[in-house]
Design a protein around this ligand. Sequence first.
Ligand code: GAL
Length: 669
Amino acid sequence: MRIERLKGFAYGGDYNPEQWGPEYWVEDMKLMKKAGVNLISLGIFSWAKLQKDEQTFDFSWLDTVMDLLAEYGIAADLATATAAVPAWAYGRYPDLFPVDKQGNRLWYGSRQTYCPNSPSYHRLTAALVRMIGERYKDHPALAMWHVNNEYSCHVSVCYCDTCAAEFRTWLKQRYGTIDGVNASWGTSFWSQWYYSWEEVMPPRQTTTQHNPGQVLDYQRFMSDSLLNCYLIEKHILREITPDVPITTNFMLEWKPLDYVKWAKEIDVITWDSYPNPAVGVHPARNALDHDLMRGLAGDKPFMLLEQSPSQVNWRKVNTVKYPGLNRLYSMQTIARGGEGVMYFQWRQSRRGAEKFHAACITHTGDEHSRVFKEVVSIGKELKELAELSTSKIEARVGIIYDYENWWAVEYAPGPSGEVSYRAIVLDYYTACYDAHIPVDIIFQESDLSAYDVVIAPLCYMVRPSLAQQVERYVSNGGTFVTSFFSGIADEEDAVFENGYPGPLRTVLGIQVEEFNPLEDHMYNVIANREQAGESTVSLWTEYVRLEGAQAYAEYTQDYLAGEPAVTRNTFGEGAAWYVSARPEAGYMRELLLHICTEAKVKPLITAPLGVEVTIRTGSAASWMFILNFTREPVTVDLGEYSGTDLRDRRTVRGKLEVAGTDLRIIKLD
Ligand code: GAL
């Protein structure tokens, strides 16, 4: 389902008119028109201003704002306002309070203070959503429903008694019997055996390490509990307005929710991007999340629902987006297949916790700020790009991203507490990004045969279907790449019998006998056997035995000297690669280039580091984006491509200069 009425890209932001008197609202509309705004997220934190007590609602101000939006031809991504519960509710319904691991109640006075399993929260939100749904279902400004806001942003886990009881119900559904839980969690260990359901608890504060099975299941349960909150709202809205798309906004680098499961329930995938604008942050970090959202969306649209037009207020030091950077990040969304660019927020607050967070209209209160001028010019540029809005990204390389793997890798005590799932995924992603090879982010259940190369970094937990698919995929000619600490555990987080890499052993043609994680000050060196190339490796090394695979690179130091470090196994028509350590970025780039070249996947063009290159393909034309995230001019080589530069309608081919913090969009011949 799309936002039909937007011809071209969505552009706008969070609008919080309740923070301002009505005398500002018409001025806001005029400035929105000036900036090319066509979509506004409205009422996200408005619950207290819409409902005074359980019986009394007041929608008068929201009616006025919705009418104004309709009058000015601006669409509303209308919120259900359930992201912050009003103070009056807590006195009557104490089950609303979330409880932390230590048993402390979290008080209201901020936002998102609710227990995901609170029956009162479910009942109160359902009533509010029904009121809003019925009231605005036919309003001409309504374009999309915005359910809640950034689920789990502040309270991703609650440990209260209600959650404990719900957890038991969830476990009953998953395992049937208490002995099923015992078997899965391995409670013979440390005398943790449970004889009755009442003994089972959330992983509350305890003496030392928790049972990892319990922790993993609690994370699954919490993600499901929050999803249930979303679904309660979604079902009401769907019943009232079957044709209005529904979204809830995802977050950057977000671990607590299994977004793969969530995405199936969302019509337009939206997310909030807040990269640190301090110079030196690799743009691949943000690009990865765009590609993740595109992957989660599948055939549905995805868009950026929030970004700051300049600085945020929640880092220790909040640097601005220097001139041009907002445009570059906005266009990165478009370059990676997004269908809209939105901000937090429209007008900068004068009071409250976010008063120093940037906004489109800054504290100057007028249209003359640098930030507003940039917002206006990006709006204009997006309008001119309307014909691109339904074009797509095509990739021959897929990187598998898996939330349960993320949890399992980081929650199990040992072998190294320094292993970050996201960082290792980013290593592989960045290698492709820097080599200008387009990537799709895919999932364990995706169809691998759609790709020439499939990379599964830190594929610690392997579900049976994935193991079978990988064997089939490689034997049919695919190239599979995985990293250290892969093929370790099954879905219950039990280590595979007969060691590592478990069900990937045959296809990889290796056995891993021992992990040797490295402390910060430690390193080893690996060197390719035949081709030039070596790298220091950090974080992790392994003792790998070859069982049919060949060593592509070997360790050169310490007791591992001469042992395989990177291996390649020919399996059927394809090849399976294993990287047993964490090499440097330059080595990773060369390695991935080598693997891709062997699989006949080429970089799009030749361009220096710090330059992002993508192609959006439509039914009648394709467009190349070249984004220069460095602050210096760069020269790229378009190779076989030529086309029309959208900026000046000139024909371009061969070498092309792109100024620092600038971009080119080329309609390809
Ligand atoms: C987001 C949130 C917004 C605003 C913004 C500030 O996480 O959805 O409401 O707080 O951060 O950066």
